[in-house]
Design a binder for this molecule. Structure first.
Ligand code: GLC
Length: 583
């Protein structure tokens, strides 16, 4: 793409109308229930986001992505949606949403919202109607109902597991009180899967996308984008059959899994793309698709959603060779698909990177959800490694090392061409909260796998805004998940204006990033040291990261920011520096 197109991205109002604003945007993920609580009921809310627009502006991000804020019983942190075109009354009203959107836009910040199309909640009016209607009715056709196996239908239609553990099928009681059909839910039992072969479902989501686009939403994050399309022709294969097949064919990289990553899902996205392009600038979308790397480009295609997350860096150890390979491969893949690349270390589903990098290498990042969504559709990680990092013994965690590496990794990420996705709290250097008592946990993966999975609550604890006061300034009341004492040291108020704090590092880097950003090109510079990565971007912007243990010489130029102090002009272990050269 041309330099002028990317540079339009930096200049105030131009950026707001630039159709390419997303290509190299820094997008900050807000988990609304844990961001800021404006009304003091213990739950973050929409007015809380509005109140913190000055903070977001000062941080220097280009867009916010809001995790679901729709009416929900919170069986899965809001990813169980009761009504797609409304705001959860616990979080506010549509008017509050409009006010927030106006405030963000006035600050030059775009808005991305989460769309959850694979499943609704079991409190959605359509699911209630399906339960109250007879077998074979149009209301049942909106979801996936099947008769059970066995003499009296007492066995589930297949033996598949759900992502959160336990069977994928649940049996209902028919309106007449007799044991009845089974419905499918890839996730929790409170999240029944929609039947995407039903045109009514397709129409309704178009209506939802239009509803939010008309309200000024600039883009969408598509939850479980590799779900939705299903081939459930009978007889359904059993788990063992599926697993055997997966191993024989490099996972399910051929679209033949009955419910993950099927080719038909792209027909849906082609329709959505037409709708997105009716807007000016066109609405954007990014796919959450945990698919085989060879299949990602389809989601990112300009005829489809336009961009797809790659979770490769997020799943990697802090290691020079892996980082280099991942970056190289993803830049090639993004170019081929016409998208820009995405980069992410932390989100609401995984152990925060400040913890991951402080634990012994070789662990896995997920806590019971997304690694479980591997291509086999089974409930265990692809590599058989444990993923209980949040529950790892505290003595194995090196807090200081984890944060130092997290800062170095983030500074590297922010220099890469493409979009940077940041998760609330990482700008404070927060690590995973591992000390949540069982009785206060909320995540379904914890409850469905007692004693096995710890769940994702540890990265969803309400943010500390102040070092003192109720819930560390999160709100006038308590916090819906308990905050540990050590949060006080990480509070926004403790870091603001403090040189070298993680918050100031993010602010400085984000400011510089928008000044330095150029074409989506990256060139590796040979360092002669396998533990040191050095790349440059057009315009003389160089980034060097030392993954090794000894300080190294820096290349010539002005060091404009570094993730930690230099040592006698050298770049110490686990540190990144940006250097600008005027040639
Ligand atoms: C996605 C979300 C996760 C949620 C799941 C089911 O993976 O990121 O939080 O539990 O979908 O909607």
């Amino acid at each position: 793409m041309s330099t002028s197109a990317t540079q339009a991205h930096h200049t105030g109002t131009d950026r707001m109308s630039d159709p390419n604003w997303w290509r190299q945007a820094a997008v900050y993920q807000i988990y609304p229930r844990s961001f800021y609580d404006a009304n003091g009921d213990g739950l973050g809310d929409i007015k809380g986001v509005t109140a913190k627009v000055p903070y977001l502006k000062e941080l220097g991000i280009d867009a916010v992505w809001l995790s679901p804020f729709y009416p929900s019983a919170l069986a899965d942190g809001g990813y169980d949606v009761d009504d797609y075109r409304n705001v959860d009354p616990k979080l506010g009203t549509l008017e509050d949403f409009d006010e927030m959107a106006a405030a963000l836009h006035a600050a030059g910040i775009k808005i991305v919202v989460d769309i959850v199309p694979n499943h609704s909640s079991d409190r959605h009016e359509w699911f209630k109607e399906a339960l109250a209607s007879p077998k074979g009715s149009a209301a049942r056709e909106r979801y996936i109902f099947r008769d059970g196996r066995g003499e009296n239908g007492e066995l589930p239609p297949s033996d598949w597991d759900s992502v959160f553990g336990g069977p994928i099928w649940d049996r209902i009681t028919e309106p007449d009180g007799t044991p009845g059909q089974w419905y499918m839910h890839i996730f929790a039992k409170e999240q029944p899967d929609f039947n995407w072969e039903n045109p009514e479902i397709r129409e309704d989501f178009l209506k939802t996308l239009r509803f939010w686009s008309d309200r000024g939403v600039d883009g969408f994050r598509i939850d479980v984008a590799h779900g939705m399309a299903k081939d459930l022709s009978e007889p359904l294969p059993m788990k063992a059959e599926l697993e055997a097949k997966a191993h024989g064919t490099d996972g399910f990289a051929d679209g033949s899994h009955p419910f993950w990553d099927r080719d038909e899902v792209h027909e849906v996205y082609a329709e959505w793309r037409k709708l997105f392009n009716e807007y000016n600038p066109p609405r954007t979308a990014v796919a959450e698709a945990w698919v085989h790397e060879t299949r990602r480009a389809r989601y990112a295609s300009p005829e489809g959603l336009g961009q797809a997350f790659n979770f490769d860096l997020l799943q990697s150890d802090f290691d020079a060779a892996s980082f280099k390979k991942i970056i190289t491969d993803n830049l090639v893949a993004a170019k081929e698909s016409g998208a820009s690349s995405t980069w992410v270390f932390s989100n609401h589903d995984v152990v925060r990177h400040a913890t991951r990098y402080g634990l012994p290498k070789g662990g896995s990042v997920a806590q019971g959800t997304n690694a479980a969504q591997d291509v086999t559709g089974g409930t265990k990680g692809q590599d058989g490694k444990g993923w209980l990092l949040a529950g790892a013994p505290a003595e194995e965690l090196d807090v200081e090392l984890g944060l130092r590496r997290a800062r170095a990794a983030t500074l590297l990420l922010l220099a890469l061409p493409g979009s940077a996705y940041l998760y609330q709290g990482e700008e404070l250097g927060l690590r995973e909260v591992s000390e949540i008592p069982d009785a206060e946990r909320q995540d379904p993966s914890f409850f469905r796998n007692p004693g096995v999975e710890i769940g994702r609550d540890g990265c969803r604890v309400p943010l500390p805004w102040t070092a003192e006061g109720s819930s560390f300034g999160f709100g006038a009341g308590g916090a819906h998940l308990p905050q540990p004492e050590w949060f006080q040291d990480y509070a926004v108020a403790k870091q603001e204006g403090v040189e070298g704090s993680t918050l100031e590092l993010y602010r400085q880097a984000l400011r510089l990033r928008s000044d330095l950003q150029t074409d989506e090109e990256l060139e590796w510079v040979e360092t002669g040291n396998q533990d040191v990565l050095h790349f440059s971007r057009p315009g003389g912007w160089h980034t060097v990261t030392n993954f090794g243990s000894d300080p190294v010489e820096l290349p010539e130029g002005e060091v404009v920011v570094s993730s930690g102090p230099l040592e006698s002009g050298k770049l110490p272990a686990d540190t990144t520096a940006w250097i600008v050269r005027n040639s």
